[in-house]
Design a protein around this ligand. Structure first.
Ligand code: S3P
Length: 193
């Protein structure tokens, strides 16, 4: 089985990039937030309001467990890419989730500087509960999340791609796909039988 998991802060481009990587590879694209909204029949912001952040985090973990059950049933050869999974920004922080993500696939962190993130999320602040109340100091809030989260993303990631200089999601998607082809899809000697 070969899957790619994209992690990173909100606004890093996980969804837009993930969709394009999947297109290039002929793989399936999944987004944890979208899966959760579909299963719960509620927007993420509404889940935060009704169940709190702890309730949302529990749903995220359950989704990963379910995906593993499904992907075990869909084992594919190493050289073909099966699923590209984009994850919510807080998902890799729980230790259990980090273990589950490792079982799901090759983890690529789409890293970006806080200034870049601010440019990308500015117009959609209201949809994101963790920054919704910080419209007046978005850079401060994003920098705080960066300090809390980047060391953890670094521990979880198999590979890091800096996206600050990518002019669009296609360019970042090309970097992810190229990395996957060179370092994951191409078997090393001991993989050949
Ligand atoms: C969150 C990021 C969001 C979503 C939720 C919590 C976070 O996903 O899962 O609002 O903790 O950073 P995106 O990273 O796709 O915006």
């Amino acid at each position: 089985m070969s899957n790619i998991v994209l992690i990173g802060l909100m606004g890093a481009g996980k969804t837009a990039v993930g969709r394009r990587v999947a297109e290039r590879a002929g793989a399936r694209f999944l987004d944890t937030d979208k899966e959760i909204e579909r299963e719960q029949n509620m927007a993420i912001a509404q889940i935060f309001t009704e169940r709190g952040e702890a309730g949302f985090r529990a749903i995220e973990t359950q989704l990963l467990r379910d995906l593993i059950v499904r992907s075990d049933a869909e084992r594919t050869p190493r050289r073909s890419l099966s699923v590209v999974l984009s994850t919510g920004g807080g998902l890799p922080l729980r230790e259990e989730n980090a273990h589950l993500l490792r079982r799901i696939g090759h983890i690529v962190w789409l890293r970006a500087r806080p200034e870049t993130i601010v440019e990308r999320v500015e117009r959609k602040v209201a949809l994101r509960p963790l920054i919704a109340d910080y419209a007046d100091d978005l850079l401060g809030r994003i920098s705080q999340l960066q300090q809390e989260r980047y060391p953890k993303y670094e521990l979880v990631a198999d590979y890091i791609i800096d996206t600050d200089h990518c002019v669009n999601p296609d360019q970042a998607a090309a970097l992810v796909f190229d990395h996957w082809k060179r370092h994951v899809a191409t078997p090393r000697h001991h993989d050949r039988s």
